[in-house]
Design a binder for this molecule. Structure first.
Ligand SMILES: *[C@@H]1O[C@H](CO)[C@@H](O)[C@H](O)[C@H]1NC(C)=O
Length: 405
C-alpha cells in the first residue's frame, strides 16, 4: 500500500494549493455534481455547529478540513475548537514505526482510518533513542550520552528540550517514562538509571530522577544499591506510581529472572527499601513490556516454555490489581504464528485501550483492543525489509492537537 502523502506538510503549505489531494473531501464533491447540497449546508451552518461537527473527525481529517477554505481553517485552528476537540473520545492511539534502523524516519498508523502516514518527528536523530508517551506528548532521549531529552507533540510538531538530567552520565541501563496530567496538563518525566558497582558483579547502583514541568527542575529522588538485581529499560508511570522492571543478575532461581518495583512519585511512601515493593511476574517470561492503559498497569509478556524459560511459546497480557497480576488475554496461537519467526524479545506499546505488538524482525503490527477483547492486524506498513538483520521498533501515542510541551 502506498503511504499517504504527509498531511502534516499540507497544513504548513499554502492552503489554497492543496485542494485536490484529500480523499475524504474529494469523495463528497465527486458524487455531487449536485454541489448545491454541500455548499448550502456549509453556508447555513453557524460556526459553533460546524465546529461541533468537525470535532468528530479523526485527527488526520481535521488537518484536511483546515485546507478546505478559510472559514474551516479558522475554526479548526482556534483555541476553542482545540479544547472542545480534546473532549471528544473518538481518537484512538496511533503507532509510529521507525522504518530505518538508524534514520529516525517512519510512518504512523491511524487505527480508525486504517492508514499509514509519513510523519516526521522533530529533533529525534536515531531510531534507537528512548521514547515514552502520555496524553499526546512523547518524550525522547538519546542513547549515547543519555542527556539530550525532548518533549514533543508529534502531530503539531511543537517541541521543547529539557534540561539535562542529573546523576550518572554513563549508566549501563536507563529507563524513561513520561506522564501528563489530563487536568493540569503538567507532566512528569522519570529516568531510572542503573550502573554496576565497580568490581562487584551482584551489586547495582540504581537512581531515580524526576522532572516536573511545573517547576521545570529535576529532583534526585532516590539512590539505592540492589543486590542480585539490576534495572533495565522498561518503565511506565500509572496513577502517580512509577513502575519499572528489574532483572536478575544470575544468583536467583530461573523463575525469578524478572520482577517489578514501584516508586511513589509524590515521594510519600518512599521510605525504606525499594526492594520492599518487589512484585514477582506472574509466570516465567522471556521479556515484559509495561504500559499505562487508562491509569492501570498492564504488562505484555512473552511466556517461556516450561522447560526453557528463555524460549517464547506465546504472549500473555496481564493487568496489575493491587499486588497481583490478573491475566486478561492470551494471543491466539494462529496470530502468534502469523508473525513468522517470533523472537523471544519483542516490542509492545499501548495506551488508552489499545495494545500494539510487533516483532523486531518484521513490520507486521498486531493490535489488541482491551474493550472488545479483540485482536486485529494493522494494515500493512508501507515499508519493506531491506536487509536480513533490519530491526523494526516503534511507539504509540495519542494524536492530540491541543496539548503542547
Ligand atoms: C540503546 O543502545 C543499545 C546499544 O546499542 C541497545 O542495545 C538498546 O536497545 C538501545 N536502546 C533503545 C531504547 O533502543
Amino acid at each position: 500500500m502506498e503511504p499517504e502523502a504527509s498531511w502534516i506538510d499540507h497544513c504548513h503549505d499554502d492552503i489554497a494549493k492543496t485542494g485536490g489531494n484529500f480523499d475524504s473531501f474529494s469523495e463528497i464533491s465527486d458524487d455531487s455534481n449536485k454541489e448545491t447540497a454541500v455548499i448550502s449546508v456549509d453556508l447555513i451552518l453557524p460556526d459553533d455547529l460546524l465546529e461541533r461537527i468537525l470535532s468528530y473527525l479523526p485527527v488526520a481529517s481535521i488537518f484536511r478540513a483546515g485546507s478546505v477554505c478559510k472559514r474551516w481553517n479558522e475554526i479548526v485552528t482556534s483555541d476553542r475548537f482545540l479544547w472542545h476537540f480534546s473532549d471528544m473520545l473518538s481518537q484512538k492511539p496511533w503507532y509510529f514505526m521507525f522504518t530505518g534502523s538508524d534514520e529516525p524516519i517512519g510512518y504512523a498508523c491511524d487505527p480508525i482510518l486504517r492508514k499509514w502516514y509519513s510523519i516526521e518527528i522533530p529533533e529525534i536523530r536515531s531510531s534507537n533513542w528512548f521514547v515514552s508517551s502520555s496524553c499526546g506528548l512523547i518524550c525522547f532521549m538519546d542513547n549515547d550520552s543519555r542527556s539530550e531529552l525532548y518533549v514533543c507533540n508529534p502531530i503539531t510538531k511543537k517541541w521543547r528540550q529539557l534540561e539535562e538530567p542529573p546523576g550518572l552520565k554513563f549508566a549501563d541501563y536507563s529507563a524513561l517514562a513520561i506522564s501528563v496530567s489530563r487536568i493540569s496538563r503538567c507532566y512528569s518525566v522519570a529516568i531510572v538509571k542503573s550502573k554496576q558497582v565497580p568490581g562487584n558483579f551482584f551489586q547495582w547502583d540504581l537512581s531515580i530522577h524526576i522532572y516536573d514541568s511545573g517547576t521545570m527542575i529535576w529532583a534526585i529522588s532516590l539512590n539505592e544499591v540492589l543486590t542480585g538485581w539490576r534495572g533495565g529499560d522498561e518503565s511506565v508511570i500509572c496513577d502517580g506510581l512509577l513502575y519499572f522492571m528489574i532483572y536478575s543478575t544470575g544468583c536467583g532461581t530461573q523463575e525469578d529472572r524478572h520482577g517489578l518495583l514501584t516508586y511513589d512519585l509524590s515521594g510519600r511512601s518512599s521510605h525504606g527499601s525499594l526492594m520492599k515493593t518487589f512484585i514477582p511476574v506472574p509466570c516465567p517470561i522471556t521479556c515484559g513490556r509495561l504500559m499505562n492503559l487508562k491509569e492501570k498497569l498492564v504488562m505484555v509478556g512473552g511466556i517461556g516454555k516450561p522447560d526453557r524459560h528463555d524460549i517464547i511459546k506465546g504472549i500473555g497480557i496481564w493487568v496489575l490489581k493491587g499486588r497481583v497480576w490478573q491475566e486478561i488475554a492470551r494471543m491466539p496461537h494462529k496470530l502468534f504464528q502469523g508473525f513468522g519467526e517470533f523472537d523471544d524479545v519483542f516490542a509492545s506499546r499501548g495506551t488508552d485501550d489499545l495494545i500494539y505488538i510487533q516483532s523486531y524482525g518484521a513490520p507486521s503490527l498486531l493490535v489488541f483492543d482491551m474493550n472488545q477483547k479483540q485482536w486485529k492486524w494493522s494494515p500493512k506498513c508501507p515499508v519493506t525489509k531491506r536487509f536480513p538483520l533490519q530491526l523494526f521498533t516503534g511507539f504509540c501515542f495519542e494524536p492530540r492537537l491541543e496539548i503542547a510541551p
